[in-house]
Design a protein around this ligand. Structure first.
Ligand code: MEV
Length: 449
């Protein structure tokens, strides 16, 4: 029997054709689904074409909130940071931390290094000593053969930095690697790096086939794969804040600044000791980082993958941020690898990503690394501050209240009275639903009942 839920030639269908097919075969109300999906198409056809061009089999757009966190002072310059995120409280938390540090010197950032990494993985079944001895001769040939690919980047100040031959034969028979470091300036550089690596693989293979010291057999060298590594521990930025402990101010329930600093430092230490806490702690950092990475058209999967590997670089998964209270000074900082770009890729194609970069004053890649890291640090500060003072639910559920009210299709009047009513009460879906139910049954009763 033909399964209606599978199809061949789907990609050849028009957009409307694709929608029609999925609406008919996967939904109970095809007409409503069709209209809904079409309603998210961009009303400007050219803009929609650009969006469709990013991916395959596109049938509609998936809207996400685009917010901004004002009052970031980074290296003495004010910024209003664009954030794409669906989780309530994140933008509010970033804004609140930004404002807190604005009057305490703001965020400072420092680029520690900017190198990207690529690898050619191959098997060498010939004489190991000869390969190692000839490598100094192979290296310039690799660089020479890639000249047409590196020319433009070299003019911009980048290119190939280092090529290393690594012997992994103790882990996998005959397995070697060319590990290559690149400088890609303001671009993320994925296509640049991958093209060069594929050229390297070709050059290496040809060299080995033709060199008189080797057998000339195709079997002697086998290229396994050539690809950039998303782990870039040499493309790291530091974001930091600091102020005298006394200047931290007062906290809820009479908590003093000394008590706050001590509790905060302990909370960060816990995230260095325990991977369970470290994962949630770093997730909070990535709430900030990912939302700016997405807003500026960068690859958040690459940034996440790299960040988590970096968090485990010492052999166990740890906090990416650090805190020290020393000589009555509170210091809080984050070291994070961020292989991002401000030219090329989506950054210059996505209409809103372009606006995000404009909003940030058209930063170069190093400046954007600093802005993203500062947002991650702000997010982490706000989360830990809540956790060690009033708890996370107070702020979080206040924001979530609006989602629940929207879900219940509350009117403006109902929203207002619910916000007043739940100001000092525990919020849950059922408590809000019951409140609205009662209100609808007896609309004249006041919120303060
Ligand atoms: C929630 O998205 C993020 C937090 O859990 C981070 C943290 O616990 O540090 C609040």
């Amino acid at each position: 029997m033909k399964d209606q839920k599978t199809i061949s030639g789907f990609s050849k269908l028009s957009k409307r054709g694709k929608i029609k097919w999925i609406a008919k075969n996967f939904f109970t109300d095809p007409e409503a689904v069709k209209n809904e999906l079409v309603s998210y198409w961009h009303n400007n056809e050219d803009q929609q074409k650009i969006l469709d061009g990013f991916s395959e089999n596109t049938i509609s757009n998936y809207p996400m909130p685009y917010g901004v966190a004002p009052n970031f002072v980074i290296n003495n310059k004010p910024f209003c940071v664009p954030m794409v995120i669906e989780e309530s409280s994140v933008v509010a938390a970033a804004s609140s931390a930004a404002k807190f540090w604005m009057s305490r010197g703001g965020f400072k950032t420092k680029i520690l290094n900017t190198k990207k990494v690529g690898q050619v993985h191959f098997k060498w079944n010939g004489d190991k000593e000869k390969l190692i001895a000839l490598f100094p001769e192979i290296k310039p040939k690799l660089v020479q053969a890639a000249k047409s690919l590196t020319k433009n980047m070299e003019e911009r100040g980048g290119g190939i930095d280092e090529i290393e031959l690594i012997d992994f034969t103790d882990k996998e028979p005959n397995y070697y690697q060319l590990k290559v470091l690149f400088e890609t300036c303001d671009s993320m550089g994925a296509n640049f790096i991958n093209s060069i690596l594929e050229q390297f693989a070709l050059t290496l293979k040809n060299y080995c086939l033709k060199h008189p010291s080797f057998s000339g057999s195709e079997k002697e060298v086998q290229i396994i794969m050539s690809i950039l590594s998303n782990y870039t521990p040499e493309c790291v930025v530091r974001a930091m804040v600091e102020c005298p402990v006394d200047d931290l101010g007062k906290f809820p329930n009479g908590m003093t600044s000394e008590e706050f600093a001590q509790k905060f430092e302990t909370a960060i230490n816990i995230a260095h000791i325990d991977p369970y806490r470290a994962t949630t702690h770093n997730k909070g950092i990535f709430n900030g980082i990912d939302s700016v990475v997405i807003a500026t058209g960068n690859d958040f999967r690459a940034i996440e993958a790299c960040g988590h590997t970096y968090a485990a670089k010492d052999g166990s998964y740890k906090s990416l941020s650090h805190c020290k209270v020393e000589d009555d000074v509170f210091k809080f900082w984050l070291d994070i690898p961020l292989a991002i770009g401000t030219v090329g890729g989506l950054t210059s194609l996505h209409p809103i990503a372009k606006r995000s970069l404009e909003l940030l004053g058209s930063p170069n890649a190093e400046e954007l690394m600093g802005i993203i890291a500062a947002t991650g640090l702000a997010q982490n500060f706000a989360a830990v501050r809540s956790l060690i003072t009033v708890g996370i639910q107070q702020g979080h559920m206040k924001m979530h209240l609006l989602n629940i009210l929207n879900h219940l299709q509350a009117t403006e009047l109902e929203i207002k009275s619910a916000v007043d009513f739940f100001n000092n009460k525990v919020i849950s879906f059922s408590s809000v639903r019951d409140f609205i139910k009662k209100k609808r049954a007896n609309p004249t009763k006041m919120a303060t009942e």
